[in-house]
Design a protein around this ligand. Structure first.
Ligand code: ASP
Ligand code: MG
Length: 485
């Protein structure tokens, strides 16, 4: 990966800085949510906001369902899904705009839905939803929402300009999980966004999407709008990146599991990246990479509770305790036992085989006798085992979870590991990984015990062994929605 920030750093000395405001699906789910968004953008207007939006809540899933239905030959049910989507967008539009603005939006929707229908026809005729057609299909969700939001902002008296993210975010052709080509992306972002910011306009663009050099639409992976916000922020060297969601910030644990989870006011990029990687759904795991390289602070904020200070993610953050507990489910442990002895060549071969099968490895621990690997999918393991035959025996066990304690320097404080053991010692811990980083200790347990392990650890580290306290129900519900499912 080349450096996302180089080009932007150069530009930043001559150009005004902005603030990237990214609104997730629930922050644009209906007219009321979009009106809240407009107020937040208006309040930030002196700081030159760039607005990045997700598709309306659940729209991406529905587009996916339409694609699958078309591929399976049920064009009628696919079209029904489109109709429902169209009605929903029209309803939201009616709650936001009137007169000519409203009519303009309807015309734009007509064009988008005509294009969607054509895509479904192609998918049906190919009898398959290819990664490439999936990207074209899903990206329309963000195109629709960005049009709605631009229209709403204009109706609220804010001079908003629609920017097509597919013309700014240039990616490789790895459909469904594309990576930006940083230099070109930064150049285009600056060329398009900086003049708008200088003239006091508010650019509005869809997250999640990009396009190849040949203008073929791509996506950055599910949940990728956070990543878009960070790419845009690094591209224009923004002052800060705000991720507006429906929880009060990053929490000490999944509030669905631990209703007494608390907001973490401040954490480091590394801690937040570890948390995202180890299962916390509040941020897309790649989000922090561009922000971190350009050293731009990222804030996670609640659009339904804007008075709450949220979580600030910065380069360095004092405090050496545990910041949060999380669990990554659906993990399998793979034992690689050498047929003869454990030679360095075996390690190389193992990595090569996994790479050839495009199978990513999560964690690894090696001892003289064998190698233990953690993976999050077992699909390629039979083929991998076959290739290693003669060198090693490969066995695996499914349905494990990696329960993880994250905090700067947790590993430097052995008493934290003993405290964790006291809390979950009677749960069968299959493996303890002190990770590649200093910031986490993780425990491999059966998936069925993961919930209990998280709850007990959370109680031990955050509630000082007090029994869980009753919490204000509305607050718990607000925290529990969406971001951590
Ligand atoms: N709409 C996309 C998704 O649901 C991207 C995002 O919301 O971040 O995955
Ligand atoms: Mg998200």
């Amino acid at each position: 990966m080349n450096d996302p920030s180089e080009a932007s750093r150069e530009a930043s000395s001559q150009h005004p800085k902005g603030v990237v405001m990214k609104f997730g699906g629930t922050s644009v789910e209906d007219a009321a949510a979009i009106r809240r968004l407009c107020k937040l953008v208006e309040r930030s207007s002196p700081h030159r906001p760039v607005v990045v939006v997700s598709a309306l809540a659940k729209v991406t899933d529905q587009l996916m369902n339409a694609g699958w239905a078309a591929a399976a030959g049920s064009l009628d049910s696919a079209r029904e899904i489109l109709q429902v989507l169209r009605r929903r967008h029209e309803t939201v539009a009616s709650g936001l705009a009137k007169g000519e603005e409203r009519r303009r939006l309807s015309r734009e929707f007509a064009t988008e839905f005509k294009a969607l229908d054509k895509m479904l026809l192609t998918i049906a005729s190919e009898k398959a939803l290819t990664p490439r057609s999936q990207d074209s299909l899903l990206g329309v969700g963000e195109s629709l929402s960005s049009k709605l939001v631009q229209c709403a902002l204009r109706s609220a008296g804010i001079t908003a300009t629609l920017v097509d993210a597919r013309e700014c975010i240039v990616t490789d052709a790895a459909h469904t999980r594309a990576t930006p080509l940083w230099e070109e992306t930064n150049e285009r972002l600056q060329a398009v966004l900086l003049p708008l910011l200088e003239s006091g306009r508010v650019p509005v663009m869809g997250g999640f999407v990009g396009a190849t050099r040949d203008a073929i639409p791509t996506t950055l992976g599910r949940g990728g709008s956070d990543f878009s916000a960070s790419i845009v922020g690094a591209g224009v060297h923004a002052q800060r990146i705000e991720i507006w969601t429906d929880v009060d910030g990053i929490m000490t644990a999944d509030p669905n599991l631990c209703p007494d989870a608390r907001r973490v006011p401040r954490m480091s990029f590394d801690e937040a990246a570890d948390l995202a990687y180890f299962g916390a759904k509040v941020l897309h795991p790649a989000t922090l990479v561009p922000a971190m390289r350009s050293n731009i602070p990222v804030w996670v904020l609640n659009s339904r509770n804007p008075g709450c200070a949220g979580t600030e993610i910065v380069a360095h953050c004092e405090g050496d305790g545990v910041k949060a507990v999380t669990a990554k489910r659906g993990v399998a442990i793979v034992d690689v036992e050498p047929v003869r002895w454990f030679a360095p060549e075996l390690l190389r071969e193992v990595f090569d085989v996994f790479e050839r099968h495009q199978h990513s490895l999560d964690l690894l621990s090696a001892s003289r006798g064998s190698l233990a690997l953690l993976v999050s999918s077992v699909s390629a393991l039979p083929a991998i085992a076959d290739e290693l035959k003669g060198m090693a025996h490969v066995r695996w066990e499914n349905h494990k979870a990696l329960v993880c304690l994250v905090g700067e320097q947790v590993r430097r404080r052995p008493e934290l590991a003993s405290q964790a053991f006291r809390a979950i010692g009677d749960i069968d811990v299959r493996m303890i990984c002190q990770g590649a980083s200093e910031r986490n200790i993780s425990f491999l347990v059966d998936e069925s015990r993961a919930e209990e392990a998280v709850q007990r650890l959370h109680r031990s580290f955050f509630l000082h062994s007090e029994p869980a306290m009753e919490q204000d129900a509305s607050q718990a519900m607000c925290q529990a929605e969406g971001a951590w499912q």
